[in-house]
Every structure is written in C-alpha cells, then in structure tokens.
Ligand binder design. Structure first.
Ligand code: C5P
Length: 321
C-alpha cells in the first residue's frame, strides 16, 4: 500500500511537576499524561519526487521545517536513507481538529503519526522501543503520543510507565483561539522564579516527587497514581496539578479568568494542560460536561474562546486504513 491514514489523539496533563534543572537545558519532570479522543487525522502518501510536502486545513499550522511532522519525515529520511532513496518523497496531509499551540501536544501527536506511517510505508518493522527512541529525538511529548492511554512520564517526559486506562471521564477543553504560550518561555520563567524551591512547593502532595528520584520500582505509589489505580474519580479530580500554572496564570489574565470560571462550576477538577493556554475540566458524564461548557461560556462571552467536549482515550496513534 502506498498511503496510510492515521488517527492522532491529543493529550492532557493530569499532573506536571518540575523536579529540577537538567544539564541539557531541559527540566526533570514527573508527569501523568492522558490521551483524549479529540484527534487529528494524518494521511501519509509516497510521492515520486524526493521532497517532503505538508498540507493542513488549519491556516495557523506551518508547512515547513518548523512543523514537527515535517521534521519527523526528515529524521526518518536521515535514519533510513536507503528507504528514502527507494520509496521517494512523502506527502503528509493533516486534518486539524486539535486546537493549535494549546498545550495539547497537537504537533507532537502528528509527528508520532508520521513515524508510525513511515514505518509501514517503508516496511521497516520497527519495534515499539525503536519507535520510542526516534520519537524522543523529535520532542519530549512525542513518545507518549505514540502509545497514548494513561502513563507516568519522567525524565524530560520521554520515559514512560503505562498505567491502567481510565475510560469513564469526560473532558471540557477551553482555549482562547488568539492566545499562544511558548513552552520554552514557560519553563524558563519557572526556572528563573522557582528553581530555589524545587521539590518544596507547599500544598502539594510530594510523595510522587521523593519517589521519582528513588529507584523506579517505587514510582507507582504517588497519590495520583494510587487514585488512578483505585479508579477513584473524585480523588483524581482533587489531585490535578501543574507547576507551570504558577508562571502562566499570573502572566495571562485570560487563562486565569478561564481557570477561575471552571473552578466555580462543580467539575470534578480543573487544570491548565501542559504550558497552556488550554484549561480543562473533568466531568463524570457528557451531560455534566455540556452544562459546564454552557456555564463557562455564559460567564466569559468571548467569541475567541473555543470549547471542545471529549473523553479520555486508552490509545495513542491508530491506523485507520
Ligand atoms: O521537547 P520539546 O521540544 O517539546 O520542548 C519544548 C521546549 O520546552 C524545550 O525547548 C524546553 O525549553 C522546554 N522543556 C523543558 N523541559 C522539558 C520539556 C520541555 O524545559 N522536560
């Protein structure tokens, strides 16, 4: 077959704690990542010319090297030059449903889909660990996007420990369409403001932290992990956490307003995802999610504010055809 169609789901962060600075300029993290059903469709096709062509139906998505899907093809062509020579160039068409520059790993999940698509198109037969290694070269969230579901992510975010799936949650996502937060800026700001308090934030259950820096056999006993293992819906909602809120909320009043609007409307829990600016709320039913959406929409009547209702997903990249 000369073309494949893949589903590339978005992710949210149920937990994001910054544990320390790393020598490579990144930050050591303890995260719990969760896939959601909101997904892009990525079509990948072999073309005769030795070129990389990216198309997308969303005007804000770049079509050049700054697009992670483009860089995924470039990486694969460098890693497997014989395939590049044999099969020719690649055309990637992205149907964008995931909000752009949102903290939902939209670019990362597209890149993960390209890796899976090229593995098939070039008949490479790569193993999951081999794909994960390539994914980590593209970005910290790309390895998670490959496998998806629910997972603990440590290191830069690329070291994964799967958790049992949670399928009972509905999620409301909200994002100001005209707002973007630079991930690099968010981490740098956190480093300059809070690096002296690493591992000592107040009001947060730090059991996950102390255990993350100890042998990995003890990683799974953090409170959030325990709540997930027990499928304790109320507790999961209460334990949502994101260190990056401490720099993003004071600098982006619109995100703070959104976060506060969600706080006061009876969700199981609410949090900013990744470096934002998307804010999400967890709900027990689709009806509750719709009611919550309408409540926040009436409280913040901004035509630029986009809403999406989705569900937890137990999968990462899926091949449709
Ligand atoms: O890995 P990725 O390219 O997605 O990361 C984007 C930016 O986020 C990095 O350039 C870095 O500034 C910041 N980052 C970080 N520590 C991490 C992950 C990302 O500082 N663990």
């Amino acid at each position: 077959m000369r073309s494949y169609s893949l589903i590339a789901p978005a992710k949210i962060n149920l937990y994001l704690e910054i544990l320390g600075d790393r020598a490579d300029g990144y930050h050591e993290l303890a995260m719990i990542l969760q896939s959601v059903e909101l997904a892009d469709q990525v079509n990948i096709r072999a073309i005769g010319t030795q070129t990389i062509q990216v198309h997308c139906d969303h005007p804000q998505v770049p079509l050049d090297k700054t697009n992670l899907a483009y860089r995924a093809v470039e990486l694969m062509s460098q890693e497997f030059p014989d395939c590049w020579a044999q099969f020719g160039g690649v055309e990637i068409s992205i149907q964008k449903n995931i909000p752009v520059a949102a903290g939902l790993a939209g670019g990362s999940t597209n890149a993960a889909a390209v890796l899976v698509g090229l593995d098939m198109l070039w008949q490479l037969g790569l193993t999951q660990p081999e794909l994960q290694e390539l994914a980590a070269k593209l970005g910290s969230d790309v390895p998670f996007c490959l496998a998806g579901g629910t997972a603990i992510a440590t290191g830069r975010g690329e070291e994964l420990d799967p958790l049992p799936s949670l399928d009972s949650f509905y999620v409301v996502l909200a994002k100001h369409q005209n707002l973007a937060v630079s991930t690099a800026w968010a981490y740098q700001s956190y480093r300059s403001q809070f690096s002296n308090t690493y591992g000592r934030s107040e009001g947060v259950d730090k059991s996950i932290t102390t255990e993350m820096i100890n042998p990995p056999t003890r990683v799974h006993s953090g409170s959030m992990v325990q709540a997930i293992l027990n499928k304790n819906v109320a507790k999961i909602g209460q334990l949502l956490y994101n260190d990056l809120e401490q720099v993003v909320l004071p600098n982006y009043p619109q995100v703070l307003q959104l976060r506060q609007a969600f706080e006061n409307c009876g969700a199981l829990g609410t949090m900013m995802s990744g470096s934002g600016p998307t804010v999400f709320a967890l709900c027990q039913s689709q009806e509750q999610a719709q009611a919550l959406l309408q409540h926040v929409q009436s409280e913040i009547p901004d035509p630029n504010l986009g809403f999406w209702v989705t569900k937890f997903a137990s999968h990462g990249i899926q091949i449709v055809s």
